[in-house]
Design a protein around this ligand. Sequence first.
Ligand SMILES: Nc1ncnc2c1ncn2[C@@H]1O[C@H](COP(=O)(O)OP(=O)(O)O)[C@@H](O)[C@H]1O
Ligand SMILES: N[C@@H](CC(=O)OP(=O)(O)O)C(=O)O
Length: 567
Amino acid sequence: MAAALHFGGVKTPPSIAAKETLQSQSLWPQQLRFATSVASRPFLCRSFKTSCSSRVLKVSCEAANLDVLEKNVTATVNAGSSGSQLTCVMKFGGSSVASSERMREVADLILSFPNERPVIVLSAMGKTTNKLLLAGEKAVTCGVTNVSCIEELSFIKDLHIRTMNELGVDKAIIDKHLEDLEQLLKGIAMMKELTPRTRDYLVSFGECMSTRIFAAYMNTLGVKARQYDAFDIGFITTDDFTNADILEATYPAVAKRLYDDWISDPAIPIVTGFLGKGWRTCAVTTLGRGGSDLTATTIGKALGLREIQVWKDVDGVLTCDPNIYPNAHPVPYLTFDEAAELAYFGAQVLHPQSMRPAREGDIPVRVKNSYNRNASGTLITKTRDMTKAVLTSIVLKRNVTTLDIVSTRMLGSFGFLAKVFSIFADLGISVDVVATSEVSISLTLDPSKLWSRELIQQASELDHVVEELEKIAVVNLLQKRSIISLIGNVQRSSLILEKAFRVLRSLGVNVQMISQGASKVNISLVVDDDEAEQCVRALHSAFFENDLPELVIDRGNGKGNGSPSGL
Ligand SMILES: Nc1ncnc2c1ncn2[C@@H]1O[C@H](COP(=O)(O)OP(=O)(O)O)[C@@H](O)[C@H]1O
Ligand SMILES: N[C@@H](CC(=O)OP(=O)(O)O)C(=O)O
């Protein structure tokens, strides 16, 4: 296998000390509201402006027919005072709103920021999405008459009804959803199939119900709140069911709808996370698992808000997955690039695409713990002071397939690389990590793209990839691999690699591939799945607890004997 390392120069990002100082003085400083220019976000009339004019894309979507009308719309924002605009997004994930008790806590948390006028984004309660998917799968085989006995359906009904009872809200608000959900499951049972499109419609019930319950609860507290289904307020997506992308038309549409409503009748918007509307089909789509983070950052960008807060069940982005290493600790600052890389390479804490809107809108993202609101969390911004940074976080992506492709020299090097990548493009398979020489390529395939397909389809797609590649190369397909990503200051790559390899060598682990991404914040190492967790734990100890193994001598068995030598 050929592995290529490319260590390019990295510019030291300017310090964000000024912004950080403001934020440390007061958690959500008013001053930052005016930090970015209105001109850079033409749709918005922020601060003291009383009206603004902008070109808005109006999308009307009717039965597989998309009309995109460009219209000059004058949105009049009669703010009255600087204090009346929406200020931030607060997103609460499933773990934050898992029960009535949690919903009370979240309402209290929101109200503990009296200077904020937030847009709230909610996920489905607890593990509702998983339960809905399981119920759907059971419905395929259980027969129509047995649908009402599906355990997960009963669980979902009980959870939501109990929550409404305990919160004292009118149960009628989700009666129709519970009825429709059961009907849908009967439809699936009758058809004996669960298509990706139906799957998305099925899981949408989770967010549609949690937001209705929460908005009703806020109203009972005397706080005016208004529920929104994202697919009704302009979240326009591709029709890639289960993993849809947000289209540009979303930003002006969402901004117009939320601002118009806010101006004419102010009420805290409570928006369903995770959901959209396919631009061709007009059917409900989802943004991929964990997609409510992306909903939050999209709204933040659309409205040009001061800050996007994502409230989780951990004290921020941690130095590694706490399920692998319970002593992982919070990372106080990250750049959008670091966070994106971390999310893309498998850290469940953020949706892989969620940093894009925040970066484009240059809106800080704060990851906080709704169970421990005083923890300072992680602040994600465009730049940060990297002078002292070495490693920020270690991320593990399991169950990866790697391919070693060596040219049979039927093509020149240009033709070879182009042909290889065109095969992946034609099959719609994303590649994660790549290392190349002139005549060979080692790469890993993005498992999330394969997960969304049926197992049988995955297997035949892999066969097909290999078959195509074998026309020009010798191919070696290796499964059950893991990517360990070292996210940090790759300007210190030699230091990072020296330390990392010392740790891996002490474990007797051979790295099968190594690559540094173009983002310059990530070094990826590919190892066997069954060695990966042990490696992450040892790397964490070495980098974050200074528990570095002694230098070792290789005695020919690849394991070393623990006695120091110059590496
Ligand atoms: N590097 C990491 N930092 C923080 N949490 C992580 C990390 N890697 C994995 N996790 C997991 O991500 C979970 C939070 O993400 P998620 O479940 O999507 O939150 P929510 O449902 O609240 O949006 C944590 O409970 C933790 O187990
Ligand atoms: N409920 C969806 C969307 C989401 O973002 O959830 P969470 O915020 O709990 O990760 C899911 O489980 O994927």
